[in-house]
Design a protein around this ligand. Structure first.
Ligand code: G6P
Length: 609
């Protein structure tokens, strides 16, 4: 959460930083600020609200200069306000700091600094960093940052500038992400690639406890021991278009429609000459698989929901006990983890702190870590033994869509590949299932085309409701969970997902005349039971929207509204049945006039616990 950008070079720092912050708004958008050094000193401007507030303010009264830092905030310590916005400065305003993360021991440092005569303006944890650097500063900014850092506990990516060092930016990364961008005579630092991709595609992924010093003539990276180190320069293959809306009204809609392509990218890049699955970054052998007696899958939000489907697939094809857990709970639950445990970590961004912490805990206990992530070089990927990269391209909208469907593809491929390798899945089944998987992107495309209009119609019907229920059984229940999350996130309608059979044990009391219920009924073996459950809620006045396969035409007689989707094997239906809930959330949010891509209170990349 929170996005930071820094620039040093010959260009217009204000323009470049604002442009970068716009791309990072998905990380937080309750206030924004900028600090730039020019001939008249260090100028800071901060505004509560969206970045556009700051941009408008700067339009009327720009800050010239070619070195600066900027920040877009997701509040943790202190409410969104001008004064709590970053950058934070020392008392004289000569040192400015932007921060992503949480300084856990800020209270004790603050007390100490207050005792030394420092006065604080904001309620933030970050302000201590500005005063602490001031305390240690005697002309050498890098040295002062090192000394200040020795005092900090928590997670942080920081960028610092000082009026008396007008030709440098010092930045540091610890747990929160930070990348360095290398241009022609100009250098950048940012929380994420899209922020600076317009200016350079040469990036260095900083490692934990790396510090960088950028000048107009070059950069130096210092490792955790403060000695200079060399880090690889990566050439990013995404183009700028990949991080733009490309004619769509919102990133979310673009990302929903990109799913067929993203699924194909994820799948077809990993087929060998015989058309079989070949996983390039996964070194798990048959012997390793025989040694694994337990699998845990961990993730947050949508990634967790993908993991629920992963669990079903691993148990079915690998015949190994698998538990899917929410990353923030994983470390507090009683688990049996040792060298025979495989932990599969799912994270689109690869930076979610809860997920990263769960990963590290499990690794310390001896587990082998396999991660599924969308971001090459992310913290999760670096901390893992094996990595499956989803090739979804950058996902910008806070509500995750293409990341989810490509995570499902990752699980299908892993389960098929491991099942065959281990011998728990017969070659014939492997061939048949893989063949079907190869054609799924087309079915996703057809589903997208056929459900768009109906999702608009249903959005109009549910938009004024205060609560809604999703029902499903088996894999459909997992889709129901994801559908409910999507609707909550961006339409703000209180939505709950229930296993259809469980409803009668309490929740059915909430059904009254007109309560919308979306029933997902794609699992053929469970279809009749679903129909009975639908009748139960109908009898109590629910307005039922059924989602099923084309063959189940009879559902129309039971539901008020029925959505028909493409046919496939039961295990692949989650990839098709999630399309309607995605589009329904999108259209409901749009009709309600909400900010689809940047829903209230949320951020895409959550780098605090
Ligand atoms: C946030 C986002 C969710 C996302 C979750 C996990 O809460 O709003 O959309 O599913 O983080 O993110 P990750 O990057 O770890 O998949």
């Amino acid at each position: 959460m929170c996005g930071i950008v820094g620039y040093i070079g010959k260009g217009n720092a204000q323009e470049i930083i604002l442009d970068g912050l716009e791309k990072l708004e998905y990380r937080g958008y309750d206030s924004a600020g900028i600090a730039i050094i020019n001939k008249s000193g260090l100028k800071t401007r901060k505004k509560v609200g969206r970045l556009s507030n700051l941009a408008n303010d700067l339009k009327g009264d720009p800050i010239n200069g070619d070195v600066g830092i900027g920040h877009t905030r997701w509040a943790t310590h202190g409410a969104p306000s001008d004064v709590n916005s970053h950058p934070h400065t020392n008392m004289s305003g000569s040192i400015a700091v932007v921060h992503n993360g949480i300084i856990e021991n800020y209270r004790s440092i603050k007390e100490e600094l207050v005792g030394l005569g420092y006065s604080f303006k904001s309620e933030t944890d970050t302000e201590v960093v500005a005063h602490l650097i001031d305390y240690y500063y005697s002309g050498d900014l890098l040295e002062a940052v090192f000394k200040a850092e020795d005092r900090l506990k928590g997670a942080y990516a920081l960028a610092v500038i000082a009026k008396d060092n007008p030709d440098e930016i010092v930045a540091i990364r610890h747990e929160s992400p930070l990348i360095l961008g290398i241009g022609e005579g100009e250098y950048f630092v940012a929380s994420d690639i899209p922020a600076i991709l317009k200016y350079t595609n040469k990036m260095v992924y900083l490692e934990n406890k790396d510090t960088i010093r950028l000048t107009r003539n070059g950069y130096k990276v210092y490792g955790p021991d403060r000695m200079e180190v060399k880090r690889d320069i990566n050439t990013i293959m995404w183009d700028v278009e990949a991080a733009s809306k490309e004619g769509f009204e919102h990133f979310m809609l673009k990302e929903i429609y990109q799913q067929p392509k993203a699924i194909d990218e994820t799948l077809f890049r990993r087929l060998d000459d015989d058309g079989n699955i070949y996983l390039e970054n996964i070194k798990i052998t048959k012997e390793d698989l025989n040694n694994i007696d337990r699998i845990y899958i961990v993730g947050c939000g949508t990634a967790y929901h993908a993991g629920l489907i992963g669990r079903y697939l691993f148990q079915t094809f690998l015949k190994v006990n698998t538990i899917t857990d929410i990353a923030s709970e994983f470390r507090y639950n009683e688990h049996y983890i040792d060298e025979r445990t495989l932990v599969v970590v799912v994270s689109q961004s690869g930076e979610t702190l809860d997920t990263l912490t769960a990963l590290k805990d499990a690794r310390e206990k001896g587990a082998r870590i396999l991660s599924i992530t969308n971001v090459v070089g992310s913290s999760v990927s670096r901390e893992s033994n094996d990595v499956f990269y989803t090739w979804a391209g950058p996902e910008i909208a806070v509500a995750s869509t293409k990341a989810y469907t490509t995570q499902l593809v990752a699980f299908y491929m892993l389960a098929l590949h491991f099942g065959r390798l281990k011998g728990t899945l017969e070659d014939e089944c492997y061939d048949e299932i893989l063949e079907e998987l190869k054609g799924l992107s087309q079915k996703v495309q057809l589903t997208l085309e056929s459900v768009n209009e109906s999702s608009k119609e249903v959005a109009n019907k549910i938009k004024d409701n205060h609560s809604l229920f999703y029902l499903g059984r088996g894999l459909d229940y997992n889709t129901a969970l994801e559908g409910a999350l999507k609707l909550k996130e961006i339409s703000y309608i209180h939505t709950e997902a229930f296993p259809a059979g469980e409803l009668k044990h309490g929740t059915i009391a909430l059904i009254e005349e007109g309560t919308p219920v979306i029933a997902i009924a794609t699992q053929q073996g469970l279809y009749d039971k679903m129909v009975s459950n639908i009748k139960e809620v109908k009898a109590r006045g629910a307005f039922v929207i059924g989602v099923t396969r084309h063959r189940n035409r009879d559902l129309e007689q039971v539901c008020d509204y029925t959505i028909f989707i493409e046919e496939s094997f039961n295990i692949f239906m989650p990839l098709l049945s999630v399309i309607f809930p995605q589009l329904l959330s999108y259209h409901t949010s749009l009709i309600k006039g909400n900010d689809v891509d940047k829903p209230r209170n949320l951020a895409k990349s959550v780098t605090v616990e």
